[in-house]
Design a protein around this ligand. Structure first.
Ligand SMILES: [Zn+2]
Length: 218
């Protein structure tokens, strides 16, 4: 089962002490989604994977951890504050996007991409399709940028292709989703990945932008 504990954290940027939730333990039963979102109970821990300093509004996975000092200037900028306060995006999704914005500003496009994808998962939970697409487009931009710079967001480059295919499909960009899937299939991925990508191509043909789970693959 999932165990969440409250602990005191000192904000690295402003020194303010606040209580934050920490995931002490969790587990997984079942299959992940095509974009690797885990099954329960780990699935729900997403809401505790981002912290925010209530004083200076710094958002990070761990607000006490070492971070670039330049973040202090970025969190008082209007674009950061506008995002932090955007009422159209769920609060936790906003916090992931704020963290993503900071990470992208120091060219950490890998973690910026994962932050944006986690924001999308929260929007999915709230059934906010338009906002989820926006978050996925951000994740795609970061992941594509990372790849161009030889940074990998997963150890397996074929699995990266699967995530990109799924992201494009969920955004409704079926042409790019198809191209990404076929580019991977032509490089002879594992039989398991071939099965998943074939399922993706079926979904693309059906113009299906919804969430799908790996339990669909025999
Ligand atoms: Zn702070």
């Amino acid at each position: 089962m999932t165990m969440i504990l409250d602990e005191a954290f000192i904000c690295r940027l402003c020194g303010h002490s606040s209580t934050q939730a920490v995931i002490a333990s969790t587990n997984k039963f079942g299959h992940s989604d095509f974009d690797l979102r885990p099954p329960e109970m780990a699935r729900s821990t997403i809401y505790h994977q981002i912290q925010t300093c209530p004083k200076c509004k710094y958002c990070a996975g761990n607000i006490s951890a070492d971070c670039p000092s330049e973040f202090s200037k970025k969190i008082i900028r209007q674009d950061y504050l506008d995002l932090y306060n955007n009422p159209e995006i769920p609060e936790k999704a906003r916090q992931f996007l704020c963290s993503s914005m900071l990470l992208a500003s120091i060219e950490n496009k890998v973690d910026a991409g994962w932050g944006a994808l986690r924001a999308a998962w929260i929007c999915d939970d709230k059934k906010l399709t338009e906002q989820a697409v926006h978050c996925r487009e951000e994740a795609l931009a970061h992941f594509e940028h990372a790849r161009k710079n030889q940074q990998h967001f997963l150890e397996d480059e074929y699995a990266e292709d699967l995530i990109l295919t799924d992201l494009y499909r969920r955004c409704g960009n079926m042409a790019q989703a198809t191209e990404t899937a076929w580019a991977c299939l032509k490089r002879n991925p594992s039989p398991r990945l071939v099965d998943i990508l074939r399922r993706e191509l079926e979904l693309i043909l059906d113009n299906d932008q919804s969430c799908h789970n790996l339990k669909e693959i025999a």
